[in-house]
Design a protein around this ligand. Structure first.
Ligand code: HEC
Ligand code: HEC
Length: 133
């Protein structure tokens, strides 16, 4: 009872909470889907870059037990799915042993690979791709 009364006072003293979105704090705002996914594979900007993902990943669950990405990209499935196969580095454990299953260190794909959309940079930057020379 005491806690509830305290909360009510805090709300009235500070006035209504203003959010930067211009909507109520708990109000759902649907963001327009302005940016389209490029439907092609991307050139890497430097040799060691994890390639960007050229398709949506919204539907592909990756958790402790399941990994939907592997249903297309694992060496056992990529052929029939017509998808690029994981490179050998994804089947090496930290001691350099070659495995038949994807290494634990490579399980959470989106730790390194991100989907790319045709969107303007959020902040200006002077990054230039490595020319390979
Ligand atoms: C339904 C099959 C399918 C699933 C599931 C899938 N992919 Fe793909 N992925 C593809 C195909 C096909 C391509 C090649 C597209 C092309 O060449 O235009 C591709 C391309 C890629 C590439 C680009 C590789 C390169 O060399 O440019 C990456 C990275 C990638 N996927 C990562 C992922 C990740 C991470 C997930 C899970 C979150 C995932 N994919 C789930 C089919 C799939
Ligand atoms: C620790 C970072 C890391 C994680 C995690 C990771 N990758 Fe990669 N991936 C890379 C790098 C770096 C490359 C490019 C160099 C190479 O092939 O090792 C790459 C390459 C690829 C390629 C292109 C292979 C080729 O030969 O063109 C595909 C496809 C891919 N990854 C998919 C995945 C999927 C699917 C997962 C999750 C099962 C995953 N990766 C997890 C870093 C990562």
């Amino acid at each position: 009872m005491f806690a509830l009364a305290g909360f009510a006072i805090a709300q009235t003293v500070g006035g209504p909470v203003q959010s930067l979105r211009g909507a109520d704090v708990d109000e759902q705002v649907n963001v327009p889907d302005n940016f389209t996914q490029e439907k092609k594979r991307f050139t890497r900007n430097y040799r060691q870059q994890p390639p960007l993902i050229p398709h949506s990943v919204d539907q592909y669950q990756v958790d402790l037990k399941a990994n939907r990405c592997l249903s297309c990209h694992d060496w056992t499935t990529a052929g029939e799915r017509n998808a690029p196969t994981l490179s050998m580095t994804h089947y090496l454990d930290r001691d350099g042993n070659q495995l038949d299953r994807v290494a634990g260190t490579r399980w959470f794909c989106t730790q390194c690979h991100v989907p790319q959309a045709d969107a303007p940079a959020l902040v200006d930057n002077t990054f230039q791709a490595s020319s390979g020379n």
